[in-house]
Design a protein around this ligand. Structure first.
Ligand code: SAH
Length: 453
């Protein structure tokens, strides 16, 4: 049957995609339907038709899935932050575990996959330690804040996000009131005018320290002492700063930080390691799950204290410092120079002397060091971005022949591809475990142990 735009179809949703969209088939034709969840039977209208697949809009829920739940957030459908709030959390976990397994089978060609149970959250809301709220104006010229609608820059007004911490709302109300009282303008993306662009809030879950950073299209915030006066009343307030970003860009933060009050950073712990976090630092947003993920990576690495470990794509050295406690020596490699500065400072802060860091691309730094100096590893940990490891990097790992490789992945499709490469070159996949770092979204992290055959 030929489908065309505006056709109505009835579909059973059998799977979900990366962005949490429902996936179903009609006569072999695959449809992607936003806001439909596994188990739903829906009536949908075709919006875009390609050769073998299409996109459709959910028009009518014919039979709601038994796994449907009432979403907590009233704006979850419009807001781009959450995608699968309408799916029961236990089903979300099953979906994510299945996704990892399917990719390993389909792309990696693996058959008997040694999967351990997915690590979910006991409380799958309020897990984020970081939020970046855009500031704008509504049709009536009122200053608003909230979240961008999916794929656009329209602000959905909302100060109560269920993924973030409660104090965010209090802080946002202080900022909005301040802006109204002192007639401070909001930035307008369309013409580059106006002052306040974003409010970045970070909370240390173990330290209880709070950071507020106001991102500005300029260097001066008039009457900022009045804003500070209100913000410091909040328990745990540690750092109040301005960030200067005068560029016409989608990138939220600029390079310059101006201190208004307190410190320019907050501190937080993951396990026994303390990290200093500035507004510009990368830091995992779900500290509860990060701890579980790193503990699993550490368990898989099986360190006895005599090992040389390489941590590729190390960021600010979060995993490196975690491993350094149990290894003889750790080397980290990361492409972003500021992240390496953070890594070095955090090593010092924790009195860790057996961690060394290199700036550069893993696929360049590692081969070069191997060719020139014949560097050695007992264990190699990789935690690459979504596109996975560069082949040159994998090739060098194989040459270095570590006893174990621990692969931490945020995209199980590229994970499967890379595991296949390693499996064909002398490694065996021994353990696989998914971890839900981002409940209510379609993302899933995976940690995997490979041993030399
Ligand atoms: N392991 C860290 C960060 C993982 S995110 C943590 O858990 O905190 C992936 C990191 O890889 C990012 O910091 C990114 O800047 C870095 N990166 C991206 N491409 C890279 C490359 N080709 N070589 C080295 N690092 C890279």
């Amino acid at each position: 049957m030929d489908f065309k735009k505006n056709d109505m179809v009835t579909v059973t949703i059998e799977d979900m995609g990366k962005d949490g969209e429902g996936i179903g088939k009609v006569e072999g034709f695959t449809l992607f339907i936003k806001d439909a969840v596994i188990g739903d039977v829906v009536e949908a209208k075709l919006m875009k038709v390609k050769k073998n697949y299409g996109y459709a809009r959910l028009m009518n829920l014919v039979t709601p899935s038994p796994y449907r739940v009432e979403p907590k957030c009233p704006v979850y459908r419009q807001c781009g932050g959450c995608q699968i709030q309408a799916l029961d959390y236990q089903e979300q976990l099953k979906f994510k575990e299945r996704k990892v397994r399917d990719n390993l089978e389909r792309i990696g060609g693996f058959k008997e996959i040694p999967m351990e149970p997915i690590m979910g959250m006991e409380e799958p809301y309020h897990y984020r330690n970081k939020a970046q709220f855009p500031i704008g104006t509504d049709k009536n010229g009122e200053i608003i804040t909230g979240f961008y609608a999916g794929r656009t820059h329209d602000i959905i007004p909302n100060t109560r996000c269920y993924l973030g911490v409660d104090v965010n709302e209090e802080i946002l109300n202080i900022v909005l009131n301040f802006m109204k009282t002192y007639h401070i303008s909001a930035y307008d993306e369309t013409n580059g005018k106006g002052l306040v662009r974003h409010v970045l809030i970070r909370t240390g879950f173990t330290s209880k320290e709070i950071m507020v950073c106001v991102v500005m299209n300029g260097k001066k915030l008039p009457h900022s002492e009045k804003l500070v006066e209100e913000l410091v009343k909040i328990e745990g307030m540690t750092s109040i700063t301005l960030n200067v970003n005068t560029k016409k860009t989608n990138v939220i933060l600029g390079d310059e930080i101006i201190l208004l009050w307190g410190e320019t950073y907050i501190q937080d712990n993951i396990g026994d390691i303390v990290y200093q976090i500035s507004p510009l630092s990368f830091y995992q947003v779900n500290p509860v799950q990060t701890k579980k993920l790193y503990e699993t990576a550490l368990e898989y690495a099986d360190l006895k204290g005599e090992e040389t470990v390489w941590d590729l794509y190390c960021g600010i050295g979060t995993i490196s410092l975690f491993l350094a406690q149990k290894a003889k020596q750790v080397y980290g490699v990361e492409i972003v120079p500021q992240a390496i500065e953070d890594a070095k400072r955090n090593a010092k802060l924790n009195g860790i002397e057996n961690a060394e860091f290199y700036v550069g691309k893993a696929e360049e730094v590692l081969p070069e060091l191997y060719d020139k100096e014949g560097v050695y590893a007992d264990v190699i940990v990789v935690d690459p971005p979504r596109k996975g490891c560069d082949e040159k990097c994998l090739e060098t790992i194989v040459k270095m022949a570590p006893k174990r490789v621990v692969y931490v992945s945020c995209d199980s499709a590229t994970l499967a591809r890379d595991l296949k490469y390693l499996e064909e070159r002398g490694y065996e996949v021994r353990r696989v475990r998914a971890c839900d770092m981002f409940p209510m979204t379609g993302h899933v992290e995976t940690v995997c142990l490979l041993s030399k055959k």
